[in-house]
Design a protein around this ligand. Structure first.
Ligand SMILES: N[C@@H](CCC(=O)N[C@@H](CSC=O)C(=O)NCC(=O)O)C(=O)O
Length: 276
């Protein structure tokens, strides 16, 4: 990992690295916020997955999470949302290709060559940052929109790997909404059976580990009734006896103003869970 940004922030450090990814077969950037406590001892980490069009920069610039991470002694690990670079397959649309990896392992050409964000986030990213930064292997995961889908599905598919999970405005049923149908058709192909293993509303039906799901959702979100439908996950979780707290927030939209308004509560939630 080569450090390319290093900025003092709330007594700790906001760093950005570039590295060669084996999973994605391209150069990637990732951001790590180290709270002041990390200069004394290894600290637990909250992994953040961003939404469509984002890089590693959106969350670290807009969410204001570093103040809370410093308070609670939690590191923040933020990756990009897709493979990048020349030779990486792309599409003209903002919601397919670069910036729209959907946290799956693509199985269909031309996407399957680089689009393996699931393996990258679950395996390569923690191995890398836990080797190079003062982090313990205590991990929490969260994200926004497409990244909320990523956080929920990755936690549900990997029992024991994360101490807690939360999401802002997540795509909870990608198999049933336009953003997900477009991405899964391209990356996974036309057999909808294969889509179920990346759909939180399906995964929650059979999850053995009942890791509580925490979701914040604005009721003025412009994508609420077309792409998000958190009530579908609520219904599936209730039927499966899976704990889910869905907090509808009056007046909030889909933007990072919403994430910034409640990120402090999520950081506190994850810090408490990782202390137990
Ligand atoms: N009009 C937007 C559409 C894309 C968008 O809203 N992206 C969201 C995530 S949506 C679901 O994954 C986002 O986080 N944008 C980045 C930001 O900093 O706000 C557009 O074209 O950007």
């Amino acid at each position: 990992m080569e450090r390319i940004e290093h900025r003092a922030c709330f007594g700790g450090w906001q760093d950005v690295y570039r590295h060669r990814s084996h999973a994605l077969d391209c150069e990637m950037r990732l951001a790590v916020y180290l709270p002041p406590q990390a200069s004394e001892r290894p600290v637990p980490a909250l992994y953040w997955l961003s939404g469509l069009t984002c890089t590693e920069q959106n969350f670290i610039n807009k969410a204001g999470a570093q103040r809370y991470a410093a308070e609670h002694g939690l590191a923040l690990v933020v990756c990009d949302t897709s493979p990048r670079g020349e030779g990486v397959a792309d599409a003209a649309a903002y919601d397919l290709g670069m910036g729209a990896g959907f946290y799956v392992n693509a199985t269909v050409s031309p996407w399957s060559r680089h689009y393996r964000m699931y393996d990258y986030v679950v395996h390569e990213l923690p191995e890398l940052v836990e080797k190079h930064c003062p982090l313990t292997d205590a991990r929490a995961i969260s994200g926004h929109s497409m990244g909320g889908h990523g956080a929920l599905t990755i936690a549900l598919k990997n029992p024991g790997r994360y101490g807690s999970v939360s999401a802002f405005s997540p795509i909870v049923a990608p198999s049933r909404v336009p953003w997900g149908e477009q991405a899964f058709s391209a990356y996974l192909g036309g057999d909808r059976e294969t889509w179920r293993s990346y759909d939180a509303t399906e995964l929650v039906k059979t999850a053995n580990e009942k890791l509580p799901l925490l979701i914040d959702q604005g009721d003025a979100d412009e994508f609420l009734h077309s792409q998000l439908h958190p009530e579908w996950l609520q219904q599936a979780a209730d039927a499966a006896g899976h704990p889910l707290e869905l907090r509808m927030r009056p007046g909030y939209d889909h933007s990072y103003y919403f994430v910034a308004s409640f990120i402090g509560e999520h950081v506190a939630y994850h810090a408490a869970a990782l202390r137990r």
